[in-house]
Design a protein around this ligand. Structure first.
Ligand code: 4AD
Ligand code: MG
Length: 466
């Protein structure tokens, strides 16, 4: 008999009286004096638990078998679905047979009890934390967010391109990269100049884990028109913050014949589509997370869907910030918006998500298109409270001579980027793209304050356990 997912029972795909099998784990058990036990049973398919009614009269070995069951046991249960008389739940399963598949060795010290655990504690047991309701809900929403991103992009004619994880190019320059090497660290080959000889390494040169697949994606956008990639990216971020991971997932999108304003529109449409579908499909988890976090997440997402994202020019942001900080805007202009400033803009001044666009060229990467003013680039950063920047993107510089000039100004050697420059040599085309930090999106959608709660096994500085 194939097991029925518990979610199908609550979606009324099973008839009352039908004999079914369910498989899963025990959340809790309580017993009445009348020889009846009630098992709260879950299988991860939804937040709700199924109440299983176990009667001494029906189940063989009731005392020995059932009364030893504790939280965490895995069971296979056969029974008949019934309407419940209790107010707590609509359905219950009247069990006729229970098989213990796996017991719990040390119930007293079971690391996940029904009582509330702090997020910090749960991170220490990342391998067990998906057994909690909260991480279960986050996991279902995370999975659906991925699904709806793919479906939006499919509906809009985008093709998935798998960009490499091992790379020789540093797309962003702003964060440190992890080196990938098969050299023996205890016996490194050394050049005549006393440096490590990477020509002896696996790839014959120095290679890294990618910080972004953008440059490779641009190559495919220059022939397939609309492409995207979705995969892990790596940054040796020493910063121990709520929004930085050393390994995070990024959705990157790139399209030819698309300018900055169309890119902004596309990003807004995509987020609205994704939130609408999450609201329709994950209401139960959203309600639960809202209760747990004290943030009305449903209202948050609904508000996002019905409002337009405010667009502001970078130089206007500087004016706002210089008033706030009593600071000279010329000082501010040399660096990008800080976390504190992001918070002020999104949570206080605008009290909304904002897109900051057309940043000074000095603070943005070499690939961004220079605007006609020769001072700013056609960039966009989408900031969403409370985590700040969730999307970073731009129109790309498609003119050969101009991108060469940008590289020179930024001290980037052309040698490694000849293939990238070929895209400007052979049938160049205006194109634009963005990268969305997926964990930041999940954190926004689940009301979490720290991205470490929304990725199964977070990698951060000094932390790569599990
Ligand atoms: O703004 P970033 O650095 O942009 C790029 O990498 C571009 N090449 C993307 C593109 O245009 N194809 O990163 C994009 C997004 C950020 O807006 C942020 O949401 C997220 O990635 N991000 C991080 N998320 C978690 N941990 C980190 N260390 C992150 N660094 C960036
Ligand atoms: Mg950025």
């Amino acid at each position: 008999m194939i097991a029925v997912p518990i979610v199908d029972i609550f979606n009324e795909k099973v008839k009352i009286g039908e004999k079914i099998k369910v498989t899963g784990w025990v959340k809790s058990r309580r017993d009445s004096k009348l020889g009846i036990s009630f098992i709260d049973f879950y299988d991860g398919s939804c937040l709700k638990t199924l109440q299983v009614v176990v009667k001494e009269k029906i189940i063989q070995n009731y005392r020995k078998k059932i009364l030893s069951i504790t939280t965490g046991f895995s069971l296979e249960i056969i029974g008949n679905l019934s309407l419940s008389i209790g107010k707590e739940q609509k359905f219950e399963l009247l069990s006729t047979d229970i098989k213990v598949v796996g017991n719990v060795k040390d119930p007293e010290n079971y690391p996940i009890s029904i009582k509330k655990h702090s997020f910090e504690y749960l991170r220490k047991v990342s391998h067990l934390r998906s057994r909690t309701n909260i991480i279960g809900s986050i996991s279902r929403i995370r999975s659906d967010l991925i699904y709806f991103i793919h479906s939006f992009l499919k509906e809009n004619g985008y093709l998935l391109v798998s960009t490499p994880i091992i790379t020789t190019v540093d797309t962003e320059k702003s964060s440190k990269m992890f080196c990938v090497s098969s050299l023996d660290l205890n016996n490194l080959p050394i050049t005549k100049l006393g440096k490590i000889d990477f020509s002896k390494d696996f790839f014959g040169k120095k290679t890294f884990l990618t910080v972004s697949g953008q440059l490779n994606l641009e190559a495919y956008a220059c022939s397939l028109s609309k492409v995207y990639s979705f995969g892990p990216t790596f940054r040796a971020e020493p910063s121990n913050t709520r929004k930085h991971l050393a390994e995070f997932w990024m959705l990157e999108l790139e399209a030819s014949f698309l300018d900055l304003s169309e890119l902004i529109q596309l990003s807004e449409n995509m987020l609205k589509y994704v939130f609408k579908n999450i609201l329709e499909n994950r209401e139960e988890d959203l309600l639960f997370l809202s209760k747990k976090t004290g943030i009305n997440i449903l209202k948050r997402l609904e508000k996002f869907i019905i409002s337009d994202i405010i667009q502001v020019e970078f130089h206007d942001v500087i004016k706002i910030l210089s008033r706030m900080e009593n600071n000279l805007s010329s000082k501010l202009i040399e660096k990008d918006i800080s976390e504190k400033q992001e918070k002020y803009l999104t949570e206080k001044y605008f009290n909304n998500s904002i897109i900051i666009k057309n940043h000074p060229k000095g603070i943005k990467p070499f690939y961004m298109k220079l605007n006609e003013d020769q001072k700013t680039v056609a960039s966009m950063d989408l900031l969403i409270p409370p985590l700040g920047e969730i999307i970073g993107g731009s129109q790309r510089e498609e003119i050969y001579s101009k991108i060469c000039k940008n590289m020179k100004e930024k001290g980037i050697k052309k040698k490694n980027y000849e293939w990238y420059l070929d895209l400007r040599r052979y049938g160049t085309v205006p194109h634009s793209g963005f990268g969305l930090g997926f964990e930041r999106l999940v954190a926004y959608t689940t009301g979490m304050k720290n991205v470490r709660e929304v990725i199964p096994f977070p990698r951060t500085i000094r932390n790569a356990k599990f």
